[in-house]
Write a protein that binds this ligand. Sequence first.
Ligand code: UD1
Length: 341
Amino acid sequence: MSPKSQRVLVTGGAGYIGSHTLPELMMAGHEVHVIDDLSNGHGVALERCRQIVGRDFGFSEADIRDAARVSEVIRAFGPDVVIHFAGLKSPSESIEKPDLYREVNVIGSLRLLDAMRAGGCQRLVFSSSAAVYGPPDFLPISEDHPRRPTTPYGASKAEVEDILVQEAAKDTTLTCAILRYFNPVGAHASGLIGEHPQDIPTNLVPYIVDVARGRLPRLNVFGDDYGTPDGTGVRDYIHVTDLARAHVAALDWTAGATGAREFNLGAGEGTSVRDLIRTFETATGRDIPFVVAPRRPGDVASSYADPGRAERELKWKAELTLTDMCRSAWAWGARNPEGYA
Ligand code: UD1
């Protein structure tokens, strides 16, 4: 139910969530242009998106910090709205390189915002993270939960959020949807795009996929003595396609709203590590051997969203199941053992 076709600039469109958002945008009738420096994204992912939709779109290889180049792209494309995915996303790496995370995520976003506004674009959809919350005081986590990020990564997202809220308060023509992602997993139904594997994955689902294909011997379950129903960590897993569709809904929202507003994007359901292993095994028919290992430093017992605001105001809600997430992650992983390489 898109109001009308929009010109959408997508930064970081060659990354995991960005690439899944491109087909949804184009299928909703929007015209897309991607900026990506391909440091973490993949040119092949863009090719595959073209293949999925059967339509071309523009692409500029550029670093988000390169103000001159970004301004030039904005002037040439003339976006109605920007979806800003580009950024660094590893909490553990951010502890080693806090300055880099500030430079790319905060300064990069500021420069983009300046370039947008200079080019007459006043609508932004920003990729934030549940990492802004830190250890939860209460569950499910609603948008007014206090923010106490525990890593420079989470802090960089919180800082951009603050800037957007302040700027939108000063300038009532600026509209920002701030999207706080919980745990995105899974892959596109076509099996053509998915999460490009790291050497040794740190996130749970990519690790399980590597165990399923025999690349890793077994999963280490980080702690089974948490105060959760089965003792293992509980998270809010959301299918990356549902997440992608939330961006289309947020884009529509920016057309009719003013100000900056935060939205949790999760399924609103807690799933334990053991639940996930069981569902993956049933969905794919693969065995996932595991051992219980010590807790991972910095992990919380439980984290899941109250996604009610997104449902009410964005008219969006996660629809795909944990089985869909596992099946699609495996379909992609089995078909593309080297990812896009
Ligand atoms: C992590 C990041 C978070 C980021 C999210 C993106 C940290 C502290 N947090 O969240 O900022 O937004 O990824 O997806 O890095 N687990 C195992 N064995 C493994 C891997 C994970 O048991 O090999 C468990 C974890 O203890 C946790 C759950 O699986 O209970 C999910 O872990 P993970 O996929 O790494 O996500 P988060 O820690 O929630």
